[in-house]
Ligand binder design. Structure first.
Ligand SMILES: [Zn+2]
Length: 141
């Protein structure tokens, strides 16, 4: 038993494991499984073609998601997986912050380096210097 546990430990050593992106993918996976189960109750048995297409779509989607989740979990390229997760979380964080700050701040992309800048909301034209690349550009309030 100890040898087996050791083998498992060695297998998982240095691998990426779970993160927010994987949890969301797992949630989508479970949602599809549930939707397929409930949906299949409502498809009449005579609709053979519809049933075939739906189940084909179901298998393609669930198998793809399943493989993607496992690939990310067992990946040894921790840096790349972490970057994927950061990009995924950042996408939602930006949208959340945009809504939170909509009365006091505006978000603009730097035309030079595409960095997103959070600027105080003010009327009229203004000049902005990007803190990342020092590019100077105009913003309309
Ligand atoms: Zn810039």
């Amino acid at each position: 038993m100890g040898k087996f546990k050791n083998k498992i430990q060695r297998f998982f050593y240095g691998r990426y494991g779970g993160d927010t992106l994987n949890n969301v993918l797992l949630g989508v996976y479970l949602f599809i499984v549930l939707a397929y189960f409930i949906g299949s109750l409502f498809i009449p048995p005579a609709a053979v073609k519809v049933k075939l297409i739906v189940s084909l779509l179901y298998y393609v989607l669930t198998i793809t998601l399943f493989l993607l989740i496992f690939y990310r979990m067992l990946s040894r390229n921790v840096i790349k997986r972490r970057r994927e997760n950061d990009r995924f979380c950042g996408f939602f964080r930006l949208r959340k912050n945009k809504i939170r700050d909509r009365k006091t701040h505006v978000y603009r992309k730097c035309p030079n380096c595409r960095a997103v800048l959070r600027l105080p909301r003010a009327k009229g034209k203004h000049h902005v210097v990007c803190p990342r690349c020092k590019h100077r550009f105009e913003v309309k309030g």
